[in-house]
Design a protein around this ligand. Structure first.
Ligand SMILES: NC(=O)c1ccc[n+]([C@@H]2O[C@H](COP(=O)([O-])OP(=O)(O)OC[C@H]3O[C@@H](n4cnc5c(N)ncnc54)[C@H](OP(=O)(O)O)[C@@H]3O)[C@@H](O)[C@H]2O)c1
Length: 493
């Protein structure tokens, strides 16, 4: 386990404190930070939302949420006693500046005595308004931080409006844009594997790597949020943020340090080297599709348009496969295949770095020499494995070789037995004022430039999205996208 240092006392104010994300993820993360000793003594957690729940009503709601979303093995009545004393609730309407006085009264002297974090877990349309109203209520000083949930806009233009609104009040170094994939232990471990070992960096180039595949597969459909999803689609919901952030961590050069600015500089270089696609490239290098009725995990499920609230003329993509090309010296000619979709046969997120074949085989004809692969699994379980070839033991004639897996996952005797949730790491980093694992405005904008070109291309296309049966790995066109390059998707087992 790493060294335990309780953070300095802090006021954590959650706008949208009674919403789905707060109840399912943020408050369980704060509970666990308290349980593991990372919350400073006077740290307070203040839920702030429109509904007038009252203090007791909020406590009941949070308790019910923790009962449901905290693992029973981590439940400790004494911790709840302590955590519940940190909790309060104020009714604040983002659109009504005078209600911010309720928050000012609640924070009172604590505002000047300790840092304050505003976690905006509301629709992004509110971000600018909440920032302005906080400032007008005298609740922003040079150490106040603001956390922004995704999505930061639906395009470059709308992201600029949101970022401009928040930047009027908060300096960029006090703005923490969350991409919770960056809080996963394995994603951070990717940095350790790459940069704390001399082994990988020399081969981390187009001379040795054949292709990179990043897959985020979901079995679920739209889960009752058809309208919200239809407005977004898989490219905006997944690729523009999560998959591009993962791509950056794989593709970036060695930063001069782990400081936020140094890491951002390297990630930004990658995003700026992503080739913006022409119409022709969009047609050739992207596949969008929508699920039709099918069968997932033995259960019949309706098609996307037939889901509750669905509309028959929707063209929104629930699946995307893309060949992305990074135009720099390191990655010239190495395709990055990105794939995400709903109603796929399995739920997992994985990065596969596929190395080139050995240039010449000296082994008996028919030896199946598999190329080396570094497989980084982010969910459901987290692991890093290196696939290599080894000799098959035995006295048979000729040397027989077989693939083996080298497990780079932290052994239990070293690791804390429990891998912290991404939100625990990220919230603690905000409290500590460490923004390395957060996304800078420049990155958001560079990612939108690339995504907008694809969205524009689709808009101009007269071809409707492909269809795939729920429970399949997407449309035939997604297989053809990689087969055309003489490659295939790494199917998960
Ligand atoms: N849920 C997730 O897993 C998830 C994952 C990633 C990102 N996000 C993003 O996180 C944000 C919150 O998502 P969510 O799923 O928690 O949404 P949600 O369940 O709909 O919650 C929205 C919250 O916003 C509050 N709110 C609405 N209007 C308000 C106003 N005028 N003033 C103050 N508060 C107001 C609501 O409070 P009242 O109920 O009191 O009106 C509620 O607490 C969204 O931007 C979403 O895209 C969510």
């Amino acid at each position: 386990m790493d060294q335990l240092t309780a953070s300095s006392p802090c006021n954590v104010v959650i706008f949208g404190g009674n919403g789905d994300l707060a109840i399912r993820k943020l408050l369980p993360a704060l509970y666990n930070l308290d349980r593991t000793g990372y919350l400073g003594d006077n740290t307070r957690v203040i839920g702030a939302s429109r509904t007038d729940l009252g203090h007791d009503g909020y406590l009941d709601l949070v308790k019910q949420g923790l009962d449901q979303f905290v693992d029973r093995a981590q439940w400790d009545e004494a911790v709840w006693e302590r955590f519940s004393k940190r909790l309060t609730y104020v009714a604040v309407n983002a659109r009504e500046p005078e209600t911010f006085k309720n928050l000012a009264a609640e924070l009172d002297q604590d505002f000047s005595c300790q840092d304050t974090v505003y976690y905006l877990s509301t629709a992004p349309d509110f971000f600018g308004e909440i920032s302005r109203n906080l400032n007008e209520a005298g609740l922003v000083n040079s150490s106040s931080r603001v956390v922004l949930e995704k999505p930061i806009g639906k395009s470059l233009a709308s992201s600029k409006v949101i970022n401009d609104g928040v930047s009027e009040i908060f300096a960029e170094n006090n703005i923490y844009r969350i991409d919770h994939y960056l809080g996963k232990e394995t994603v951070q471990n990717l940095l350790a594997v790459r940069f704390a070992n001399a082994l990988f960096e020399p081969v981390w180039t187009n001379a040795h790597i054949d292709n990179v595949q990043i897959t985020v597969a979901e079995t679920v459909g739209v889960e009752g949020r058809w309208g919200y999803y239809d407005d977004s689609g898989a490219l905006r919901d997944m690729i523009q943020n999560h998959l591009l952030q993962l791509l950056c961590l794989v593709a970036m050069g060695v930063p001069v340090s782990l400081d936020a600015d140094a890491v951002r500089a390297e990630k930004l270089k990658v995003l700026k080297s992503l080739q913006t696609m022409s119409l022709d490239k969009v047609r050739r290098n992207t596949v969008r599709a929508q699920y039709a009725a099918g069968n997932v995990g033995g259960k019949a499920v309706p098609g996307y348009k037939e889901e509750e609230g669905g509309k028959p003329n929707s063209q929104t993509e629930t699946f995307v496969a893309i060949r992305a090309d990074i135009h720099n010296w390191r990655w010239r000619g190495v395709p990055f295949y990105l794939r995400t979709g709903k109603r796929l046969p399995a739920r997992y997120s994985e990065i596969v770095i596929q190395f080139k074949d050995v240039p010449h085989s000296i082994f008996p004809e028919g030896s199946n020499l598999a190329s080396n692969k570094l497989v980084i699994r982010l969910q459901p379980e987290e692991s890093i494995q290196l696939n290599m070839m080894n000799k098959l033991p035995g006295l048979g004639e000729g040397m027989q070789v077989t693939p083996v897996t080298l497990n780079l996952t932290m052994p239990d005797h070293i690791a804390d037995s429990r891998v912290p949730e991404a939100y625990e790491r990220l919230i603690l980093d905000v409290i500590r004022g460490n923004s390395t694992l957060f996304v800078h405005r420049d990155e958001v904008e560079a990612a939108w430039v690339w995504a907008d070109a694809i969205l524009d291309g689709w808009k101009q296309s007269t071809v409707a999205p492909h269809s795939y049966p729920a429970g399949s790995w997407g449309p035939q066109a997604a297989f053809e996208l990689v087969a055309r390059d003489g490659r295939s998707w790494q199917e998960s087992n």
